[in-house]
Ligand binder design. Structure first.
Ligand SMILES: Cc1cc2nc3c(=O)[nH]c(=O)nc-3n(C[C@H](O)[C@H](O)[C@H](O)COP(=O)(O)OP(=O)(O)OC[C@H]3O[C@@H](n4cnc5c(N)ncnc54)[C@H](O)[C@@H]3O)c2cc1C
Length: 291
């Protein structure tokens, strides 16, 4: 492992909000996991780009959005974690919406509705930031965030949609370049119609209660939740982590759960499903740090 002089890194980032030995597990929906050597909170997209360029080749780093699909190791993360929580500006230009990476999808959906622009209604219940959603190509109800992307801006420049490498829960940005901002192409529509559509999606969404990261496994030619259920794993527990009895593709972190509990439960599910159904499950959830 590369040894990092974190004091030197801090000096390079003079003027930017950098905290040492900060808990990053608390920034995730699971709320489990340890500390990073540095937690960096850029106040502007130019600070974000500056930070990335300063860290490249010097210090391992990871970008965190809303933490809704992340499992942070209990041992923490060796390096710097950059949170995009302050980068939430949006700008409307006709039917184009340009949003910074930390903007919440739920806020985009509202802004589009208020301006009678259609396209993102499906994302109303996804607790993601723009950067997290684009890097994971988040989606539901047969739609994905990439459907409306026109281009993405990274620290290296502008990437046209055709070059974003979008596929099922994948893009070139996942573990790659950072999404700094993105431009969405929307369709002018009737305000009432858009609201109706949002309400329909809201009522059909039934997320299990408790702390989760949404679907843990990808649906890869099968419904992971159905397969896990058929293996009799609903309610199965490791420590404070359990398979939801409402939806078997959700793992709920109860009080006292650790990231290791969740990780071990994931491993257990994978081996049971492989043994009973000869299916290899692949995680949608992203790991941060060593497990
Ligand atoms: C209750 C619940 C319901 C959910 N429903 C859905 C659903 O319907 N459909 C769906 O697809 N997902 C769903 N999810 C999962 C999750 O919301 C998505 O995967 C979302 O895209 C993650 O966004 P985030 O901002 O929270 O990213 P994080 O969890 O913070 O990060 C996820 C990944 O994105 C990367 N990332 C974050 N920001 C950037 C950036 N600016 N540039 C590059 N990479 C970045 C991280 O490094 C990490 O690899 C759900 C989760 C929960 C808790």
């Amino acid at each position: 492992m590369q040894t990092v002089n974190f004091n030197e890194v801090k000096e390079k980032l003079y003027g930017i909000d950098v905290k040492e030995n900060a808990n990053v597990g608390a920034l995730t929906r699971y709320g489990t996991g340890g500390n990073a050597n540095l937690l960096i909170t850029p106040k502007s997209t130019s600070e974000l780009v500056f930070t990335i360029n300063a860290l490249k080749g010097v210090c391992p780093y990871a970008v965190i959005g809303n933490g809704s699909n992340l499992l942070v190791s209990d041992k923490g993360y060796y390096g710097a974690v950059i949170t995009t929580k302050l980068l939430t500006k949006t700008e409307l230009k006709g039917n184009l919406l340009i949003a910074e990476c930390g903007a919440k999808l739920s806020d985009l959906v509202k802004e589009c509705a208020l301006n009678s622009l259609s396209g993102l209604e499906f994302a109303t219940g996804i607790p993601a930031t723009v950067g997290g959603a684009i890097s994971m190509n988040a989606g539901c109800y047969g739609k994905t965030i990439s459907d409306n992307v026109l281009y993405v801006v990274t620290e290296n420049g502008t990437v046209k949609k055709a070059d974003c490498g979008f596929s099922y829960r994948q893009s070139r940005f996942l573990g790659g370049e950072t999404v700094i901002k993105a431009c969405f192409l929307l369709i002018p529509s009737e305000y009432d119609q858009i609201l109706k559509q949002i309400e329909t999606y809201k009522t059909s969404r039934k997320n299990p209660k408790g702390r989760s990261c949404g679907s843990v496994f990808k649906n890869d030619g099968y419904y992971a939740g159905k397969v896990i259920d058929e293996c009799g794993l609903k309610g199965y527990k490791v420590g404070g982590a359990r398979v939801s009895s409402e939806h078997a593709n959700f793992i709920i972190a109860d009080n006292g759960a650790t990231s290791l509990d969740i990780y071990e439960l994931i491993s257990k599910i994978k081996s049971k499903v492989s043994e009973k159904r000869q299916i290899t499950l692949f995680e949608e959830l992203v790991y941060l740090g060593e497990f």
